[in-house]
Design a protein around this ligand. Structure first.
Ligand SMILES: N[C@@H](CCC(=O)N[C@@H](CS)C(=O)NCC(=O)O)C(=O)O
Length: 209
């Protein structure tokens, strides 16, 4: 069985958990206590020197530390239901919107959160090296995340899902962004399309994985 190194409250491993839940994939779940900095200890560094979750260890021992890498592998191994598009156009749209939800959404919130939260002093980035918080980056991250919400709202005008006409990985990354935005108290109130879509994708059984 594959081993999945997880931390339930953290946004990034939730992406993979939802992806696996949609496909009914079972893994051995191993919790890493980020609150106690277990990710920076020697034991976890041997598993993932990048000190991040999620980590997926495949049955042949290959270790993956990127959500996208895990998704590509799992989509190939467990094609149904497809979460990364059914044809070239759809696959491209999923990659386009997954990347945007990650870079313009999730990473902007992370920039705001990690550069301001009390528990993240000197942990402004993930990884083995410590970096100081920069208050201006917190402000910038908040502005960038706020700017992405109307982009998503416009994209969802007249659409049920972000990338294609069915639920895909882009919706997973979008959902993680929208929930993570709550950590920096960014309201979705003025974004009717985002709100409607957020309610719909949040009510899928996989959302509580
Ligand atoms: N590239 C990774 C990023 C993972 C990531 O940023 N994980 C965070 C949790 S959401 C983490 O491991 N944080 C450890 C830390 O804060 O030291 C992925 O998405 O797969």
């Amino acid at each position: 069985m594959m081993k999945f190194y997880d931390c339930t409250p953290a946004p990034s491993p939730r992406r993979t958990r939802i992806f696996m839940a949609e496909k009914g994939i079972e893994v051995e779940n191993i919790q890493v206590d980020l609150g106690n900095r277990e990710q920076l200890g020697d034991a976890y560094k041997k598993i993932n020197p990048r000190c991040t979750v999620p980590t997926l260890v495949l049955e042949d021992g290959t270790t993956l530390t990127e959500n996208l890498a895990m998704s590509v592998y799992l989509e190939e191994m467990y094609p149904e239901p497809p979460l990364m598009g059914r044809n070239p156009q759809e696959k491209a749209a999923v990659m386009e919107w997954n990347a945007r939800c990650e870079a313009e959404g999730m990473l902007a919130v992370a920039e705001a959160f990690r550069n301001s939260a009390k528990g993240f002093v000197d942990r402004a980035t993930t990884g083995p090296n410590n970096y100081a918080q920069i208050p201006e980056l917190a402000e910038r991250g908040r502005a960038r995340a706020s700017a992405f919400l109307p982009v998503l709202n416009e994209r969802l005008e007249g659409r049920e899902f972000i990338a294609t006409n069915e639920f895909t990985m882009a919706d997973i990354t979008g959902l993680i962004f929208a929930d993570f935005a709550g950590w920096i108290k960014l309201p979705l109130d003025d974004m009717p399309n985002v709100k409607r879509w957020h309610e719909a994708v949040s009510s899928r059984p996989s959302a509580s994985a």
